[in-house]
Design a protein around this ligand. Structure first.
Ligand code: HEC
Length: 164
């Protein structure tokens, strides 16, 4: 009985989140082109285009090398299996949250690391995160990742994108 509840709510969530990934590039272009028009109306949000792209948090510059660090990927896989796989698929399909395929192309590394270490603040204030929340209608719970774990997850995502 409980299982059916879970299945039903997951089905509802997949439906709710449908289209989330596809609309991200559109959001980027439309918010970039309309931000000056809306400057006065949205001045209370106090977010700039740079904040939107990098997210809110301590990571202002993340070095990623051309090669992929396999030991970080392996550590990232463990974190994914334990803490993320219940809500994120590795392909482009949604579960509770968006699938991760292509995420390293549509998001800056800084954005990903800020989002996963400072989830609440980004969901409240970062335009890209807020529009994801609007589409998925479920708030991603803070996962309490350390900075190192966030970097491992990023490497795991880079590897996931490199092999598809
Ligand atoms: C309970 C479900 C849940 C869990 C567990 C979860 N997430 Fe999420 N995640 C979401 C939802 C839902 C969103 C979309 C934003 C929102 O609605 O809060 C999201 C969004 C994201 C995004 C942005 C996706 C994009 O397309 O830009 C990243 C990155 C992310 N999660 C990383 C993680 C990581 C890393 C973990 C594990 C450490 C994790 N999530 C665990 C539900 C979850």
């Amino acid at each position: 009985m409980k299982k059916y509840f879970v299945l039903a709510s997951i089905a509802a969530l997949i439906w709710a989140c449908n289209g989330g990934v596809r609309s991200v590039p559109d959001d980027n272009t439309s918010s970039a082109s309309s931000s000056s028009d809306n400057e006065e109306a949205s001045s209370s949000t106090n977010s700039s285009a740079a904040d939107d792209a990098k997210g809110i948090g301590k990571f202002t510059h993340v070095d990623v090398s051309a090669t992929i660090d396999k030991s970080m990927v392996a550590a990232g896989q463990k974190i994914y299996d334990l803490k993320c796989s219940a809500c994120h698929h590795l392909d482009g399909t949604k579960l509770v949250g968006p699938g991760w395929k292509g995420i390293t192309q549509r998001r800056q590394p800084e954005w990903i690391m800020n989002f996963v270490t400072n989830t609440d603040e980004n969901l409240d204030k970062n335009a890209q995160a807020m529009s994801l929340l609007e589409e998925c209608m479920v708030r991603m719970p803070n996962q309490n990742l350390s900075d190192d774990d966030a970097r491992r997850i990023l490497e795991f995502m880079r590897n996931n994108d490199a092999k598809q």
